[in-house]
Design a protein around this ligand. Structure first.
Ligand code: NAD
Length: 389
């Protein structure tokens, strides 16, 4: 069996779906690994390291995908008209595609995979259960994104994070406010605390309050009957009511104006990011304040965020709306991402047959499997009966 690791071709993507470490382990399963030349360049992995780990190097996309049985990717391969080449057309029928497939941003992709006879596993759909934690690409990448957001905020911030008592006087600690205390937000809190900032945070899920406090930050949030039910069975936040949004906005207006740095991480799975910081709130902030919006890929939590850009407002507030924060720390992100995919494949590997065995009754497989045997099989993305007719 051949497993292909293409060079990622979506703009700004610096990560790679396998590292020399995982290549060695994948070979141990009995696989031949083919890595496209330059695939690791953005993650500081030269071709020679893949060769030393026992991978074959392919000079171009066509050779990479030729006869591939399995394809690992970080983002959905480019389809027709999406970029410099059509990667999808090069993937052989019957191949198993595993990676983050950005399926929420373009649900039609599922049909394209089915038509091309590609069995696709969208790893962003992985259920949030204990057994799946080590395969969870959203967690591994969000954790690093949360760290990186604080580091970039500290660079952008024209003052200091920790309190400093010097002979020339005292420097006050930065007030950092984290919006959304999921995986990224909790890491942002921990990182800002390590840098010596005074940290507070908000979230809608009831469990988040204790997690915020356990990291030494102050919880600021609206607590109502609705927030007691704000978490879905899958562990994600629900979209909140208009009444909640109004109350949250009042509290945010009071809170935001006192902050030096705000890290936005609030998301609701599969939907646009909730808009939490208004233009008026930004106008109330001091010059030199910084907002880092890592929810930018989903539109951002701040109305003034421009996804992919750095904006400086009239009152001197910088808003960093870069996309794809995990790709801004590509070496660590690739290492963890590659291990997530390795763990997934190993868990569903038939050692006798030396081939993947995706049992459709398994909760993890049911969660991620988008297409199989030419059909869209995932209940959320399968055509509705009327469309199918
Ligand atoms: P996420 O990226 O979907 O959202 C980030 C955070 O934003 C969440 O904490 C969410 O509650 C919060 N949020 C959403 N709307 C908000 C609003 N209007 N105002 C304020 N905050 C808002 O979440 P995530 O980081 O992927 O984590 C979601 C949950 O899943 C967490 O409870 C996490 O601990 C859990 N989790 C479990 C596992 C596992 O058991 N395998 C793995 C990863 C995460």
């Amino acid at each position: 069996m051949r497993l292909a690791v293409p060079k990622e071709r979506r703009p700004g993507e610096a990560r790679v779906a396998a590292t020399p470490e995982t290549v060695k382990k994948l070979r141990g399963l009995g696989l031949t690994i083919v890595v496209e030349s330059g695939a690791g360049a953005g993650a500081a992995i030269p071709d020679a390291e893949y060769l030393a780990a026992g991978a074959e190097l392919a000079p171009d996309p066509a050779t990479t995908f030729a006869d591939a049985n399995i394809v690992f990717c970080v983002q959905a391969p480019l389809g027709p008209g999406e970029g410099e080449i059509d990667q999808l057309s090069l993937i052989p029928r019957g191949a198993l595609l595993i990676g983050g497939l950005n399926i929420w941003s373009d649900p039609k992709r599922a049909e394209a995979y089915a038509q091309r006879g590609i069995d696709a596993c969208a790893m962003e759909l992985l259920p949030r259960i204990t057994r799946a934690q080590s395969m969870d690409i959203l967690s591994s990448q969000a954790n690093l994104a949360g760290y990186r957001a604080v580091i970039e905020a500290a660079m952008e911030y024209p003052r200091a994070f920790p309190m400093m008592m010097t002979a020339a006087g005292t420097v006050a600690p930065a007030a950092v406010f984290v919006i959304g205390a999921g995986v990224a937000g909790l890491q942002a809190i921990a990182t800002a605390r390590r840098l010596g900032a005074k940290v507070s945070a908000t979230d809608v899920r009831p469990a988040a309050k204790e997690e915020i406090k356990s990291l030494g930050a102050t919880f600021v949030g609206v607590e109502t009957e609705e927030t007691k039910q704000a978490q879905t069975a899958g562990g994600y936040a629900k979209e909140m009511s208009e009444d909640f949004k109004r109350r949250q906005a009042e509290l945010m207006a009071e809170t935001v104006k006192k902050q030096d740095v705000i890290i936005c991480t609030a998301l609701t799975m599969g939907r646009a990011a909730p808009k939490i910081i208004t233009a008026e709130m930004v106008a109330s902030m001091k010059p030199g304040s910084v907002i880092v919006d890592i929810a930018a890929d989903a539109g951002g939590n701040c109305v003034l965020t421009r996804p992919g850009e750095r904006v400086v407002t009239e009152n001197g507030v910088s808003i960093l709306g870069w996309r794809n924060w995990p790709a801004r720390i590509p070496v660590a992100a690739s290492a963890l991402y590659a291990r997530n995919l390795l763990t997934f494949l190993t868990a569903f590997w038939d050692k006798e047959a030396k081939a993947p065995k995706l049992d459709a009754n398994d909760e993890i497989v049911r969660g991620v499997l988008l297409t199989r045997g030419g059909a869209v099989v995932h209940p959320q993305f399968a055509p509705k009966p009327a469309e199918a007719a």
